[in-house]
Design a protein around this ligand. Structure first.
Ligand code: ADP
Ligand code: MG
Ligand code: ZN
Length: 606
């Protein structure tokens, strides 16, 4: 049985996680629950919150990795209330800080911040409270700039420390201190002094950025000792993922979906352009759906009003570009629809992840058509401020997203989480019936075939034929299938020892194997433009060829990037294909030890 009933645990391979150690009962366990209910008004803990709090209350340094919306704040706020002394929270943005402080004070938990906009009078008040025998503040929020540069703050901390009233340091968004993180802030690096100056005070660090590199940097720079790690899966179990083939404009399909399934429910519909948003919102209104557009072309005031109205359920459907979403914390979003392909798998994860923050089921629909890919590529090209390298990276990300959308066999969760470095076991998706993804629902229609032999044969063809000339994926397919077409016969490629070796295979499946090999960087591809058409060639060589692009228009037959034929306009662009330092031949050798498995339709690849 390929998929036994019991899901095995999922998570980050090669990443230590110490949550098991903190699962037991503690003296403080009862009071924890009481606090959760009475002080925070919550009914139960979310995964790993209890464990982090236990570790924290037993004075450990902690590194907490949880997805956005996972509930990181509670992990330090609850201990802060429970323990004597002041908890110092370092957070990078003033907006985040005032939001948190307002929420805490509304819960009657005395907190304060010392950002630049605090009046002299207020800050004096705060310093006074902090100098009391029993400080009148439980949580003090600071930016990293303040804690490293402000004389008076340093003196205040020293005073608290001497009196034994520094309970804990919390460093939120801690990935900011790593150059590998996406939001590097030099001031964060200075925070190493916390351990040096206040050696006895435990530190808890929180982030939603998943790389191991960031984790190591954090531990080194902050001098954490015997650190306890809490690495929570990024799987969102309450989101149901579905990709829908989009035929033409999907307006009616989307409208019907919203009306039949999500009447009076909050949702987001993401569109590619501002124009699309305006148009779709109009169409929705015609179809009796209360909707409003939201995009960067509108002025700040208007956008603020629209966001507030949506948050307050004054209307339900917001039709937005990706400008909408940062810092959105509406708990009851029941659906997120992508009317067009997102720019990367990460973006898709984030955007669909805005649904279901309250833990109830939320639905993610991706309406996919290749025409949108071509449109998005054009938009990317039009942004002339960016470097060639950035553009290439965008293309690569988009390519991965296309591969996600076109994949009909692998688990949608697996396909997303692998991008965050997490190895997800699809049995969890299958077991969770209410939110099983579309591909896992269809799992019976497919079976796994070991195609290592075919993959090796294809690699050999690519290696032999791409040495002297450029060959396309379709050419390789033709050779493998033994097609008697002119371009193969003219080049005497019918003499290759694997000519016709794959005659019994379906063309589509041969292409899927090749795509899989490209995705795994066992084969490589590069692009040149002959006349008007881009041609994608594949090779076993590391991709160091520089190729000038003189004109682009999608071509129907390359089978890889530009296979839509949806547009005919020409655009002059110049870029060089990214250099990739991957030893292809070595990779081909590696394949001999590793099975390549591709899931296929039962009927195919027999
Ligand atoms: P993060 O910092 O991990 O992105 P937050 O701490 O801001 O997440 O929490 C996200 C949302 O989840 C908040 O609205 C918070 O009130 C809510 N939340 C946190 N813990 C719980 C819980 N145990 N039960 C219900 N809601 C919770
Ligand atoms: Mg947070
Ligand atoms: Zn699945």
């Amino acid at each position: 049985n390929e998929f036994p009933e019991q899901p095995v645990s999922s998570g980050f391979k090669d990443r230590d996680d110490d949550s098991e150690e903190f699962k037991g009962e503690y003296e403080h366990s009862d009071i924890l629950m009481e606090m959760l209910h009475q002080k925070f008004g919550l009914s139960s803990f979310r995964p790993q919150q209890r464990e982090v709090i236990n570790a924290s209350l037993t004075q450990h340094d902690c590194f907490v990795l949880m997805p956005t919306g996972g509930g990181k704040s509670l992990c330090y706020q609850l201990p802060a209330v429970l323990m004597p002394g002041v908890t110092i929270v370092i957070s990078p943005l003033r907006a985040l800080i005032s939001d948190q402080v307002d929420k805490l004070n509304a819960l009657d938990i005395s907190s304060a911040h010392l950002c630049a906009d605090v009046s002299k009078q207020d800050s004096n008040q705060i310093y006074l409270k902090l100098s009391m025998k029993e400080p009148g503040i439980k949580l003090l929020y600071l930016t990293p700039e303040k804690i490293t540069a402000s004389r008076i703050i340093i003196e205040t901390l020293n005073g608290l420390y001497k009196r034994g009233k520094l309970a804990r340091f919390v460093i939120d968004e801690v990935h900011c201190l790593s150059q590998w993180g996406h939001d590097f802030r030099p001031d964060y690096k200075q925070l190493g002094m916390l351990r040096t100056n206040y050696p006895e005070v435990p530190i808890i660090c929180l982030t939603a950025t998943a790389t191991k590199q960031v984790e190591n940097d954090v531990i080194n720079i902050l001098h954490l000792r015997n650190v306890k790690r809490f690495i929570r899966s990024f799987n969102r179990p309450n989101i149901k993922y579905q990709v829908i083939n989009k035929k033409g404009k999907a307006t009616d399909d989307i409208a019907n979906l919203i009306k039949s399934k999500f009447a009076k429910k909050s949702g987001i519909v993401y569109c590619l352009s501002r124009g699309d948003c305006d148009k779709l919102a109009d169409d929705f209104i015609q179809l009796n759906i209360k909707a409003k557009p939201y995009h960067a072309g509108m002025n700040d005031k208007v956008r603020e009003v629209i966001q507030r109205e949506w948050m307050q359920d004054r209307f339900h459907v917001i039709v937005a570009t990706i400008a909408f979403g940062m810092g959105i914390d509406k708990p009851d979003v029941r659906f997120v629809i992508h009317n067009s392909i997102p720019k990367s798998v990460e973006a898709f994860y984030q955007e669909s992840g805005r649904g279901g923050r309250d833990g109830e089921i939320s639905y993610s629909y991706l309406f996919y058509s290749y025409g949108d890919v071509t449109r998005l590529r054009k938009l990317m090209q039009m942004d002339r401020k960016q470097s060639k390298k950035t553009l290439e990276a965008h293309y690569e990300n988009l390519k991965q997203m296309v591969s996600f959308a076109e994949n009909l066999v692998d688990c949608r969760r697996y396909l997303q989480l692998i991008h965050l470095g997490e190895h997800f076991d699809r049995r969890i998706c299958i077991a969770n019936k209410a939110t099983t993804c579309d591909n896992c629902e269809n799992i019976d229609k497919y079976s796994t075939k070991d195609v290592t032999k075919e993959a090796k044969e294809l690699c050999t063809i690519v290696k032999d034929l791409s040495g002297n000339e450029n060959i396309t994926m379709l050419h390789v397919v033709d050779v493998y299938k033994g097609a008697k077409v002119k371009k193969v016969l003219d080049r005497r490629h019918d003499k290759h020892s694997y000519y016709g070796a794959g005659a019994s295979l379906n063309r589509n499946d041969v292409q899927r194997i090749l795509k899989e090999l490209l995705l795994k960087h066992i084969l490589n591809d590069f692009c040149t433009y002959t006349g008007e058409f881009p041609v994608v060639y594949i090779t076993t060589e590391p991709n160091t060829r520089k190729t000038e692009v003189v004109a682009t228009a999608p071509r129907n037959s390359t089978g890889w990037i530009d296979n839509s034929g949806a547009s005919t306009s020409k655009e002059i662009v110049r870029h060089s294909v990214q250099k990739q330092n991957i030893a292809k031949l070595q990779a081909v050798r590696k394949l001999q030890q590793e099975d390549l498995k591709v899931r296929c339709h039962e009927a195919l690849l027999e």
